[in-house]
Design a binder for this molecule. Structure first.
Ligand code: NAD
Ligand code: UDX
Length: 466
């Protein structure tokens, strides 16, 4: 296998952009070209001011600034980049299907197949294809099938190399991952391809943290990792409801169980519900795959993680309505946070969207402030639900650039994202500007409830009555 000197990555999104920026940063001897069909996105990655790149991640603009133009390039010339590359990462979106068989459950693989066909059409030299997208187990079979039937005599090896970065900490995760997973064939050519990718990561990641498996284990491990992580959140969220009935405190319970090294303390933070583009999509996919093999009990087991998460989001909204005397029509409710977690501008599947939708059904007037999410995104998220006409969303939701103004004359505040800055606000000033009784519904257990209560707020947190 020849030395890899040119990499192409198809898909300049939340994974393709940061992942390739870090490879380019750590491997100055490799030319990395990230391509996308979306011209606006590529233009933003090429913005002279790297603060305007389309993905907000702490530390990312510096990494891009260092490598861009040297050995990191962003382009819409997909064919050219494919033709030149020795190794091609496929990092396109694999959303839940919205039509046909598997609608609402299975992964939509049309973008993956389009990439495979484009690679097959354009390639004139041998290449290693790397599945970076999260894919149903056995997708590599279909990719191979398309690539191996071009009749041009070009040889391809297909590897699975799922990405485990979390948004908000993407750069730190990529610089120092718990592990890198590479799945490939057991044939000599397969092993050579695995080694070529190992050599790239080994430029900054110790060899013992680079795991190699067969392709199917690698594809499946990604879905399973996300399912296990999400399951912990649904588990603690289920207990949060029990805590609210029994005067136990979910934060204390999480600490008490998390100090058992077999359980571990991470991912036990009760919340308004998990969001993000991955957890729900990947569990639905796992459920769909299990069902398609007739594994009903396996499917039902994992589906419960989603059912509990939907319940948690709805429960949060219904609790707000109940606490506001069962009538919120015309009441102003300020949302602090819209992103699905802090330190990202990503809002996909954010709990805030679903909580807002419930409250808008009751004719509330929502006022949103998020430090990194703009109003186009917020209205886009609400309109995508198609629960009501865009004009209705436009007249009942207002987006603010100043958190204090968002809270003025509000009946209640809901904390939907755990942005650090919310903790440091002048809460006395906010209290003074609100209607009384001034209520705070803390969906992230972020704020110091005792401090707020001393000011005069009525505070409700998740999984605690104190
Ligand atoms: P994204 O939507 O942000 O980016 C995907 C990009 O691919 C888009 O810009 C789209 O225009 C482009 N694209 C689609 N088809 C194309 C084609 N044929 N040619 C060129 N460009 C094309 O998605 P993402 O969040 O980066 O996720 C990508 C994959 O990585 C998904 O499978 C996801 O499940 C997985 N993943 C995501 C995360 C995450 O935190 N977002 C983490 C791990 C894995
Ligand atoms: C997740 C996985 O962590 C990552 O490994 C994978 O590659 C992509 O999916 P991401 O969705 O970016 O990453 O963020 P993550 O930190 O996992 O948070 C997901 C959601 O769970 C967020 O809404 C977050 O607020 C919520 N969460 C997380 C909790 O509610 N409680 C917790 O204890 C942890």
């Amino acid at each position: 296998m020849k030395n890899i000197t040119k990499i192409c990555c198809i898909g300049a999104g939340y994974v393709g952009g940061p992942t390739m920026a870090v490879i380019a940063n750590k491997c100055p001897h490799i030319q990395v070209t990230v391509v996308d069909l979306n011209e606006a996105r590529i233009a933003a990655w090429n913005d002279v001011d790297t603060d305007n790149i389309p993905v907000y991640e702490p530390g990312l603009s510096e990494v891009v600034a260092e490598a861009r133009g040297r050995n990191l390039f962003f382009s819409t010339a997909v064919d050219d980049a494919i033709a030149e590359a020795d190794m091609i990462f496929i990092s396109v979106n694999t959303p839940t299907k919205t039509y046909g068989a598997g609608k609402g459950m299975g992964a939509d693989l049309k973008y993956i197949e389009l990439c495979a066909r484009q690679i097959a059409r354009v390639s004139m030299t041998d290449k290693i294809i790397v599945e970076k997208s999260t894919l149903p187990v056995r997708t590599a079979e279909a990719v191979r099938d398309i690539l191996h039937n071009t009749g041009k005599g070009v040889k391809f090896q297909v590897l699975s190399n799922p990405e485990f970065l979390a948004e908000g900490t993407a750069v730190a995760d990529l610089f120092n991952p718990d592990r890198v997973l590479i799945g490939g064939d057991s044939t000599e050519e397969g092993q050579e391809a695995i080694q070529a990718l190992v050599d790239i990561y080994n430029n900054w990641i110790p060899r013992e943290r680079i795991l190699t498996t067969n392709v199917w284990s690698s594809e499946l491990s990604k879905l399973v990792a996300n399912a296990f992580l999400a399951q912990r959140i649904s588990s603690i969220n289920s207990i949060s409801e029990l805590c609210e009935k029994t005067e136990a405190d979910v934060n204390e319970v999480a600490r008490a169980i998390g100090t058992d090294s077999r359980i571990g303390s991470k991912f036990l933070k009760a919340s308004v519900g998990f969001g993000g583009s991955c957890f729900q999509k990947d569990i639905l996919n796992l459920v769909y795959i299990s069902r398609s093999f007739g594994l009903q009990e396996v499917a039902d087991y994992w589906e419960q993680v989603i059912i509990m998460n939907d319940h948690q989001k709805k429960r949060f909204a219904l609790n707000m309505i109940k606490s506001l005397y069962n009538t919120i029509s015309g009441k102003k409710i300020a949302f602090l946070g819209w992103a699905f977690k802090k330190d990202t501008n990503d809002t996909r599947e954010s709990a805030a969207i679903y909580v807002a939708d419930e409250l808008l059904n009751e004719q509330a007037r929502i006022r949103v402030y998020d430090p990194k999410v703009n109003s186009d995104q917020i209205f886009g998220d609400l309109n995508y639900l198609q629960t009501r006409k865009p004009e209705e969303n436009a007249s009942n939701v207002k987006v603010f650039e100043d958190p204090y103004r968002a809270c003025e004359n509000a009946h209640a505040i809901a904390i939907l994202t755990e942005w650090d800055e919310f903790k440091d606000y002048d809460w006395q000033r906010i209290y003074d500007s609100m209607l009384k009784p001034a209520k705070v519904f803390d969906g992230r257990n972020l704020l110091d409830a005792d401090k707020l209560r001393k000011i005069g707020f009525k505070v409700q947190s998740i999984g605690t009555t104190s």
